[in-house]
Design a protein around this ligand. Structure first.
Ligand SMILES: *[C@@H]1O[C@H](CO)[C@@H](O)[C@H](O)[C@H]1NC(C)=O
Length: 409
């Protein structure tokens, strides 16, 4: 170590050379990794070279506003609040091995927020919950207020362009011409907590992470109205690691923590990434999975759930999550869009019961515990195996022919 320092002090040309080589290796790593495809078929974490340089330059907790605006999206093709079906994300993979990873793919800004013909159902549930318990579900710390307002502004630009049959841009904000709501986002004080307004506008839940002066990302703002299994109140103000370890996310420390922490430091406003996850529920609670205990109880979990309920009570929950950084405030926005369907419906789709059964059998003990499989797997696997056999017998699918249907569909 000492000899290196001496060498650097004595030879400025060598220093320049070493710096140039380091930069080159960073650039090469990034460009080459962008074209890779990981084992699970997802693309790796995008992290632009300038993001890395900038992340190493800026001080922890400091953000210098960047002049970036995503291009206006084209209107969603033929979008109709009554007719456009939820996209059929089925992000479970055939076994035999289940890999724990972040599974990030590069996203497209045009597709940032997805709305479909369950909008009015989601909207009604959100409205009722904002009225009855909104202050627990939607909350912003003072240091994240600018980020929350920036997000609201971006939505007021994006939604009318993407979904013109439902939203209209106004001089003060946005109108929803289907629900007859008008939102003024320029008046002060705002009519309501901005994360409540955001909750009313979209089907997604939202979390905003803000970097503290210690360089850690903290959950400082959220609109978490349909979370199923977790509560904003309990995670608010936590750092990334604590959010995940307190939720007992399997293999977080070993497989996820380092990459995730780095990703949050480096993600830049012109990057967007997407990931998917999935869970089973043994109840039909979109907002709250009540079979794990009442929403207001302090100690809830799969341990309270009833075992072996009939398959008609089993529901498939999958989340499409996106991450991007807000250019002005530097907050990192995490969108969580839930798709929620009865298992008996999803299992009618070709190859789905066979692949889901195989995925469930591939869970290690830690993942199985996290996903609560003890409570439902006997009933669910029996049902999925039967449905898979039915699909083979009827000629709908051919045995072993599932490999052409690629994750995440
Ligand atoms: C995150 O927060 C927890 C709990 O306060 C703390 O123990 C931990 O050191 C923090 N993590 C980092 C990386 O700072």
């Amino acid at each position: 170590m000492k000899s290196t320092t001496v060498m650097f002090e004595e030879d400025p040309i060598l220093i320049c050379l070493v710096v140039a080589l380091l930069l080159a290796s960073i650039l090469i790593r990034n460009y080459s990794s962008r074209s890779d495809v990981q084992e699970d078929g997802t693309s790796p974490v995008p992290s632009s070279p300038k993001a890395q340089v900038s992340a190493s330059k800026r001080n922890p907790g400091q953000w210098i506003p960047i002049d970036f605006k995503a291009p206006d999206p084209p209107p969603y093709p033929d979008w109709d609040v009554k007719l456009t079906k939820p996209l059929p994300y089925r992000p479970f993979k055939h076994g035999p091995t289940y890999f724990v990873n972040m599974g990030l793919r590069k996203g497209n800004f045009d597709d940032w927020i997805e709305l479909d013909n369950e909008y009015l159902k989601f909207h009604a549930i959100k409205k009722e919950r904002i009225e009855t318990r909104g202050d627990k579900l939607c909350k912003t710390a003072p240091e994240a207020l600018d980020a929350a307002i920036e997000l609201l502004e971006i939505l007021c630009d994006y939604l009318p362009t993407r979904y013109p049959s439902m939203f209209t841009r106004t001089s003060v904000g946005i109108d929803n011409t289907v629900t007859n709501e008008r939102f003024n986002i320029v008046q002060r004080p705002l009519a309501e907590e901005p994360m409540k307004t955001i909750g009313r506008l979209i089907q997604d839940d939202i979390a905003i992470m803000v970097e503290g002066s210690d360089g850690q990302s903290y959950l400082k703002s959220g609109s978490i109205i349909l979370p199923g299994f977790w509560k904003l109140e309990e995670k608010f103000d936590m750092n990334l690691s604590e959010i995940h370890t307190s939720g007992n996310v399997p293999q977080f420390r070993e497989k996820l923590e380092k990459g995730m922490v780095n990703f949050f430091k480096r993600v830049m406003p012109d990057d967007m990434v997407i990931r998917h996850n999935y869970f089973m529920q043994v109840d039909d609670g979109l907002a709250w999975s009540h079979s794990i205990g009442p929403e207001d109880a302090s100690n809830v979990g799969w341990f309270t759930a009833e075992r072996d309920k009939v398959v008609e009570n089993h529901w498939f929950r999958t989340e499409r999550q996106t991450l991007r950084r807000l250019p002005r405030s530097g907050g990192v926005v995490f969108t969580i869009r839930t798709y929620f369907h009865p298992v008996v419906d999803v299992a009618k789709e070709p190859y789905v019961p066979g692949r889901l059964a195989s995925a469930i059998r591939s869970w290690g003990d830690d993942v199985a515990k996290y996903k609560g499989s003890e409570k439902y797997k006997t009933v669910l696997l029996k049902f999925l195996d039967q449905e898979n056999q039915r699909q083979i017998d009827s000629g709908l699918i051919s045995e072993g022919g599932q490999s052409h249907l690629k994750y995440p569909y």
